[in-house]
Design a protein around this ligand. Structure first.
Ligand code: C5P
Length: 395
């Protein structure tokens, strides 16, 4: 059977958010998608078969015992370009994580090789329960895109993470997921982003201009290609990409500890963060009086990237960034060598350019290939270009 690129199999789980999937179907159709609904038997308590048949113009089944001669779980698995499960309950997530096949939907999930996306909706206590957390992580490791639920008011009045996202947010996430080949499934990527801050006293610090946008763009791009992403984020004020595990740090020392904790589990390290080269020799516990704030003395921070790359095992890829104001390629080639990197991206930040911008430009240098000039482009595009180079080297 041939695929059209537009066939969505919408699995509906037994949560009250099932009624919101009626709107999701309409919005999917507005975007040119053709939708077949496969509800779980328990979801029919919330929304019945007739609603789904009327909205999609297609027959709706929930059990493998209907139309057995047509082997529906295999035929639906074969024609679907994406399996979108929205809403997914804690029980449905647990059944899929276990590889169970006790209704039509879970049979199709097992039989299909199409990309699979899950939109959970449940009470925050259930979403945060260790069992659900473990099941979600199993699914992400297997390449499912699991959206984080929205935070807000839930049925019953409680407030927290568990709300079903808006239809358009679901479709946007799905479009991003489908537009990239999933060439990083099964890979773990560790990314640092932002700029470290070195405290002087309880109110002051030495910092830098890094916004974290490039690191967050790499995290988003890696997630959309199926990677498991850990993002060590230093002082960034940006939304966390769906599905990334976030580790928040402030200083270079904290970033160093996190790098040492997670590097061994990673296939790739992308070190986008601007790390302070030095920190004040002493940290005052009291706010320093204006009159005493005349000189500061510094002690050097370690080079985190240079030291972690010495601990790499064979097959791990290490990527650095460099911000320069002159002789970009010369300095970058030196850093590529001295820090033991596979790839370094260097950009010219003269006059404060690039910091905080959505655009970037520069040169990618490699340990084993000619340089690649990157003319002005978005940080998202650079992120994908960088990951293309990483994927080549991983294989
Ligand atoms: O500051 P420099 O140009 O040497 O930074 C190049 C790369 O080294 C960046 O990827 C940065 O994250 C990393 N770096 C580091 N520790 C430092 C300074 C820089 O890991 N103390």
């Amino acid at each position: 059977m041939s695929r059209t690129g537009r066939e969505i199999l919408l699995g509906v789980g037994g949560g009250i958010a099932a009624y919101k999937s009626a709107d999701l179907i309409r919005r999917l159709q507005d975007h040119g998608y053709l939708v077949t609904v496969v509800p779980t038997p328990s979801s029919l308590n919330f929304v019945g078969t007739a609603t789904w048949e009327a909205l999609t113009g297609r027959p709706v089944h929930s059990q493998v015992w209907e139309k057995v001669h047509e082997v529906p779980h295999i035929s639906l698995a074969e024609v679907s370009d994406c399996i979108l499960i929205a809403p997914a309950t804690a029980d449905l997530i647990a059944r899929i994580a276990q590889g169970r096949a006790d209704d039509l939907l879970t049979n199709i999930v097992l039989a299909s090789t199409a990309p699979k996306m899950i939109v959970p909706a449940m009470h925050p206590a259930m979403w945060n329960d260790a069992g659900t957390v473990a099941n979600v992580s199993i699914l992400r490791e297997r390449g499912f895109l699991v959206m984080d639920p929205d935070v807000g008011r839930l049925t019953g009045g409680d407030v927290g993470a568990g709300r079903f996202p808006e239809s358009l947010a679901i479709i946007e996430t799905m479009n991003g997921f489908l537009s990239h080949i999933s060439d990083l499934i099964g890979k773990e990527i560790l990314i640092t982003a932002g700029g470290t801050r070195e405290p002087i006293d309880p109110v002051r610090f030495i910092g830098n201009r890094s916004s974290g946008k490039q690191g967050y763009a790499v995290a988003q791009a890696a997630l959309s290609r199926g990677a498991k992403v850990r993002l060590i984020s230093a002082n960034c004020d940006l939304p966390v990409p769906q599905g990334a595990e976030i580790v928040r740090v402030e200083t270079a020392d904290e970033m160093n500890s996190s790098l040492n904790e997670y590097f061994a589990y990673s296939d790739v390290l992308v070190m986008c963060a601007a790390v302070a080269d030095a920190k004040p020799t002493t940290l005052s516990n009291e706010k320093i009086k204006k009159s005493e704030l005349t000189t500061l003395s510094f002690v050097a921070n370690p080079d985190l990237l240079a030291s972690i790359s010495q601990k790499r095992r064979s097959g791990q890829i290490v990527v650095g960034f460099a911000a320069e104001t002159s002789n970009m390629e010369v300095h970058a080639r030196e850093k590529l060598k001295s820090k033991g990197l596979d790839i370094i991206f260097v950009n010219d930040v003269s006059g404060g350019a690039i910091f905080g911008s959505d655009e970037t430009r520069g040169t990618m240098l490699f340990a084993n290939a000619p340089d690649l000039d990157i003319p002005s482009t978005s940080k998202d595009t650079l992120a994908h270009e960088l990951l293309n180079q990483v994927v080549n080297r991983l294989s």
